[in-house]
Design a protein around this ligand. Structure first.
Ligand code: HEC
Ligand code: HEC
Ligand code: HEC
Ligand code: HEC
Ligand code: HEC
Ligand code: HEC
Ligand code: HEC
Ligand code: HEC
Length: 415
């Protein structure tokens, strides 16, 4: 009898040890490098308090793939090299969780993202190069010449620090450098604890920043056939399909992410949102990017998963014609401004004369809108928020120029 129970106990113990080894072996490598007792305790311990303190965070985490796979809170919150630490109820936590913590397990996504304009160029668009290290500037300049080495934005400086903090920086912090040497944040698109790809594929997520008269991508998308179908079919789309095998069966209609990032039907997933573009549409006069051919070919390859080639080629041809005609209209207005400066009718300072605001609106709102509308299926934006306004604003500018000239000749005749 005694022998039998000892035998059973030994068998059970052996089985448990083998099971523990098997489980241990299937865990991510960063977890294996850690003192395992702490990890076993970590999520339970954190959740025990945090279900009282900040319960939604635990529930958000509970919905994530990270939680399904048995990752713990500590795996993101523990400090990695270069990060400031804080002691927290028997745990050592990073003072701030940044893209560096995600990079430990997702180096490819981080590397692609840092090549894009979402990284350093986005922050430099507001603040210039001063917040970056020399290496960070050099890296970004290699991919986007002139996008980081440029002065801080003049309009932002005029509007002042509180406008920058609660305005510009809320969107442009997607590329803000962190004290630990990494750049930006992954959580603007994935959220902190849900870390979801379904969220990242939702147009509203991109629309947090990509909206309004200066970059109306969300509004354009919503009025396009793609947007209308998306909203009608949303409930039956598989927004959480794994990127590696995302098919047109999961999502027969594209969102922002599909066109700019997704790996639809075997295409390469990319976190470099610059990769599939062929023009600098945000610029006053839009030139072809150096990557014009490759960028356009990649985007067209994506359209072709769902459309016939003849239609896609026609779509691009017509959109490029809008870029050309918009460039011509903006150049005409710019020439008028240059002329007024030469005639000594304007000061060299920006934004101190009414006509400068009209000229800014002309390209920054209406020129961009016409071009974005043409490439993303927003007819109303090409026409009524685009070309019509271009005509109206330019007519206003010509009238203002006449008045400036009349004032000057009047002043001369009085003297
Ligand atoms: C003994 C209870 C307890 C445990 C265990 C605990 N926390 Fe906390 N934690 C708290 C309390 C209380 C706060 C403060 C909440 C507040 O400010 O309202 C907090 C705050 C935090 C904050 C915000 C800190 C700040 O001020 O920015 C983070 C991050 C955090 N906890 C993460 C964790 C993680 C990760 C674990 C597990 C490794 C953990 N906590 C374990 C009780 C606990
Ligand atoms: C995928 C990575 C990740 C995991 C896993 C994770 N966190 Fe966080 N957590 C973050 C990030 C990113 C932030 C925001 C940056 C910061 O405050 O450091 C954050 C912030 C927090 C905060 C402060 C939030 C606030 O709004 O004030 C608390 C509290 C917290 N986490 C608790 C937890 C707990 C508890 C768990 C486990 C149930 C957990 N975290 C798991 C990434 C993670
Ligand atoms: C300790 C390693 C680890 C850390 C740290 C980590 N992740 Fe993950 N993450 C994983 C693993 C493992 C998967 C699952 C990969 C798979 O299924 O192929 C995953 C999956 C994901 C996914 C896909 C989710 C889905 O629904 O399929 C996203 C998005 C993600 N992580 C974002 C983040 C972000 C953002 C951070 C930092 C705030 C982060 N991760 C930190 C290990 C980690
Ligand atoms: C937190 C704000 C924010 C979110 C969220 C965001 N973006 Fe952006 N995005 C920006 C900013 C700021 C820029 C401009 C960067 C620059 O050129 O200075 C930008 C630029 C871009 C560009 C142009 C890149 C280039 O090379 O000119 C594309 C394409 C883009 N975003 C797509 C997306 C998509 C798709 C999503 C959602 C999956 C998204 N963005 C989510 C802020 C955001
Ligand atoms: C609602 C979010 C949001 C706010 C607020 C915002 N931006 Fe942007 N900004 C964007 C997005 C998105 C783009 C990308 C437009 C595109 O590529 O079509 C962008 C593009 C730019 C660009 C052109 C791209 C480049 O790198 O040169 C500049 C410059 C810029 N923003 C500066 C600013 C300044 C300065 C402020 C504050 C005065 C500001 N932005 C406020 C979202 C925002
Ligand atoms: C059907 C595919 C498609 C969808 C859906 C789509 N885009 Fe685009 N997007 C394009 C194309 C094509 C261009 C122009 C590419 C080029 O330069 O050749 C573009 C241009 C852009 C640019 C301009 C970058 C610059 O140079 O200024 C931004 C930013 C952008 N898209 C963001 C978004 C956002 C945000 C959404 C969703 C609200 C979205 N896109 C939806 C195809 C798409
Ligand atoms: C501009 C929004 C945006 C930002 C910023 C962003 N992601 Fe993503 N991420 C996405 C989208 C969209 C997908 C889904 C791609 C698809 O549809 O194929 C995704 C997918 C992923 C996946 C799953 C990839 C796979 O092949 O299974 C991981 C992991 C991930 N992101 C991690 C990160 C990390 C780490 C960062 C920060 C360095 C980050 N993301 C920043 C939008 C974003
Ligand atoms: C995931 C599939 C998918 C992708 C990718 C996609 N579309 Fe579409 N598109 C659709 C669907 C579905 C419709 C609605 C067709 C209908 O009316 O049945 C549509 C409609 C359109 C329409 C309006 C109808 C028409 O043919 O005149 C245009 C234009 C269009 N797409 C252009 C593009 C371009 C350009 C791209 C690439 C930049 C693209 N689409 C990428 C699925 C897609």
């Amino acid at each position: 009898m005694a022998f039998k129970s000892v035998f059973i106990a030994t068998m059970i113990a052996t089985a448990l040890i083998v099971a523990a080894f098997l489980l241990h072996g299937s865990r991510p490598p960063t977890q294996l490098d850690q003192p395992s007792a702490e990890f076993v305790r970590a999520t339970g311990k954190c959740a025990e308090c945090h279900l009282r303190e900040t319960s939604a965070i635990v529930h958000q985490f509970g919905r994530s793939r990270h939680a399904q796979l048995g990752l713990t809170c500590l795996e993101c919150h523990r400090p990695v090299e270069g990060q400031a630490k804080q002691e927290h109820h028997e745990f050592t936590l990073a003072m701030k969780v940044t893209a560096l913590n995600c990079k430990q397990c997702h180096p490819t996504e981080y590397e692609q993202y840092t090549r894009s304009r979402h990284a350093a160029p986005a922050w430099a668009a507001v603040r210039g190069p001063d917040d970056f290290t020399a290496e960070q500037v050099a890296f970004a300049e290699q991919h986007h010449p002139g996008a980081v080495k440029r002065p801080a934005n003049g309009l932002a400086l005029l509007e002042g620090p509180s406008a920058i903090t609660k305005g510009c920086a809320q969107c442009h912090s997607i590329g803000k450098p962190n004290p630990d040497g990494s750049i930006g944040t992954c959580t603007q698109c994935h959220s902190r604890h849900n870390t979801s790809i379904a969220l990242a594929r939702s147009p509203d997520t991109c629309g947090q920043c990509h909206m309004g008269p200066d970059h109306s991508q969300l509004e354009i998308y919503n009025e396009s056939k793609h947007g209308v179908l998306f909203h009608a079919q949303r409930a039956s789309l598989r927004l959480d399909a794994r990127p590696k095998d995302l098919s047109t069966r999961d999502m027969p209609v594209p969102t922002c992410a599909t066109c700019h990032m997704s790996g639809l039907e075997g295409m390469k997933v990319t976190h470099d949102t610059t990769e599939r573009l062929s023009y600098w549409l945000f610029a006053a006069v839009s030139k072809k990017r150096p990557t014009y051919n490759g960028g356009q070919a990649e985007m067209k390859e994506l359209c072709l998963k769902c459309h016939a080639k003849s239609g896609v080629d026609r779509f691009y041809k017509e959109a490029e014609e809008v870029v050309e005609s918009t460039n011509a209209k903006i150049s005409e207005a710019t020439a008028l401004m240059d002329q007024l400066r030469q005639e000594g009718l304007l000061t060299p300072e920006p934004f101190d004369e009414p006509i400068e605001f009209v000229n800014f609106d002309l390209w920054h709102y209406y020129g961009r809108t016409a071009k974005h509308g043409a490439f993303m299926g927003g007819a109303d934006f090409v026409q009524w928020h685009g070309n019509y306004e271009l005509l109206l604003k330019y007519t206003e500018m010509k009238k203002m120029a006449e008045e400036l000239r009349a004032e000057k000749s009047h002043a001369a005749s009085v003297r």
